[in-house]
Design a protein around this ligand. Structure first.
Ligand SMILES: [Zn+2]
Length: 254
């Protein structure tokens, strides 16, 4: 139970609650990582070992919405957000069975402007297929939270006003129609943000958004995430978990 440090006789309203920033892990693709110039892929075996590490540490992976809801109740210190960006088909074939095995939830950030397409925005590296509308619906039916990664994967800090609004708001509307459920979360393509992009995301009605290293913009609409890759063995995860608590700013209202 947190103890209030606000003196009752100052007459000032209590300061917003500030908690240590939640741990949100960032994954992309799960599969063969022999040709992986952007280091976005972990093998299914590595993911399995990383989820086993969470279990050994008494932690459990959940969707970001579940994590934030628990934090709002003053709970959830044992929860870790698991996010998968881009919506590769290997999420359903490789990641989901492992998540199920370890009783973990996750958030999948997809691109409704590239349904059934591929990662054409990456100039290098293997083409990876993206989930179709049916694939996204099947992940949602398994309890995976579906969030928006924009329509087509553009750097929002370089987008003109119309593109920014369309990428952020239209992607949400399309996903809500596709899944028949509210879409609460957004994820900035490339992790690049500025105050204008954060405001556009807030205006579009999202309850939270994931970045990578948001610095002074850190908040519910710019949550930092920790990159987790193929090299992340148990001791490296332990180190990252520890450094995250030290280095990240506390988040107001979480
Ligand atoms: Zn992406």
């Amino acid at each position: 139970m947190a103890v209030s440090v606000d003196s009752p006789d100052t007459g000032r309203p209590p300061a917003p609650r500030r908690g240590p920033v939640p741990w949100v892990a960032m994954y992309h693709s799960v599969g063969d990582c022999s040709d992986d110039p952007y280091r976005i892929t972990v093998t299914p075996e590595r993911l399995d070992r990383q989820l086993a590490w969470l279990r050994r540490r008494g932690l459990r992976g959940v969707s970001v919405t579940e994590l934030l809801a628990a934090r709002a109740r003053g709970e959830g210190r044992n929860l870790v957000g698991l996010t998968f960006d881009d919506g590769y088909t290997d999420f359903v074939t490789e990641a989901l069975p492992r998540l199920r095995r370890w009783n973990c939830g996750a958030t999948l950030f997809v691109l409704p402007g590239r349904l059934g397409g591929e990662n054409a925005w990456d100039p290098l590296g293997p083409r990876k297929p993206l989930l179709s509308a049916d694939g996204i619906r099947s992940a949602a039916a398994e309890g995976v939270e579906i969030g928006s990664h924009g329509l087509t994967h553009v750097d929002l800090t370089k987008a003109d006003d119309l593109t920014l609004k369309t990428e952020v708001a239209e992607s949400r509307a399309r996903l809500e129609e596709l899944t028949g459920a509210p879409v609460e979360g957004f994820c900035y393509p490339y992790g690049t943000i500025d105050a204008r992009a954060v405001e556009a995301v807030r205006q579009a009605g999202y309850r939270y958004a994931c970045a990578i290293d948001p610095g002074p913009l850190t908040g519910p609409h710019a949550l930092p995430r920790v990159y987790v890759g193929q090299e992340d063995t148990a001791w490296r995860l332990q180190l990252k978990h520890w450094l995250h608590r030290l280095r990240r700013r506390p988040v107001e209202g979480l």
